[in-house]
Design a protein around this ligand. Structure first.
Ligand SMILES: [Zn+2]
Length: 188
């Protein structure tokens, strides 16, 4: 396995509609290795999610995983995901993105949704997600349709660099990073 180079805002791949993956392609060693490398890359950069365009592949594949106070999400590989909104209430919270280094901003997201797609073995995947998990899914789903979290912000008054985020915006002004601040600092 290897750690992949992460695409940054401005690279056209982040603004493209990704291509769906056939079951045949999904079972190929090339795609299975890509998924392994995406997982390793997400872990290496302390992400809670990573979408294929973020590693320069315009394919509808994303991986998510989180363990912490904002919510536990088991390692999940999403292939060709589709999202159905179950609760139209929009909740605002902080997001960051591995493709937009050193920035954080508050982003409104649907509170609850259903996800349909395939797992890495081509089996049907169906689950509902709410709160932080729903946020991460929406962030990654957006990458697959060429959007980034900046597109979803209502305004940019909360857009902040990480050091200023930790200094001025974190609810707990702990002298050393608390578990919640580390979690809030995770990016997608
Ligand atoms: Zn992102």
């Amino acid at each position: 396995m290897s750690i992949l180079k992460v695409s940054r805002l401005g690279h056209p791949v982040l603004r493209m509609q990704s291509q769906g993956v056939t079951k045949e392609a999904l079972s190929s060693p090339a795609i299975q290795t890509l998924i392994d490398n995406m997982i390793e890359t997400m872990i290496e950069y302390s992400g809670v999610g990573l979408a294929a365009p973020q590693v320069h592949y315009s394919l509808t594949i994303a991986v998510i995983e989180s363990h912490g106070p904002r919510g536990d999400i088991p390692l999940t590989v999403l292939v060709n995901p589709d999202v159905t909104v179950l609760d139209e209430e929009l909740l605002e919270d902080w997001e960051g993105c591995l493709s937009i280094p050193d920035l954080r901003g508050r982003v409104p997201r649907w509170g609850k949704l259903r996800v349909d797609g395939l797992d890495r073995h081509g089996n049907r995947l169906e689950f509902s997600a709410e709160g932080f998990a729903a946020r991460v899914v929406q962030h990654e789903f957006d990458h697959l349709v060429g959007k980034v979290y900046l597109d979803r912000m209502r305004d940019y008054k909360t857009l902040t660099h990480v050091s200023e985020f930790q200094r001025y915006w974190l609810p707990e002004q702990a002298p050393s990073p608390s578990p919640s601040s580390q979690q809030a600092d995770r990016q997608e």
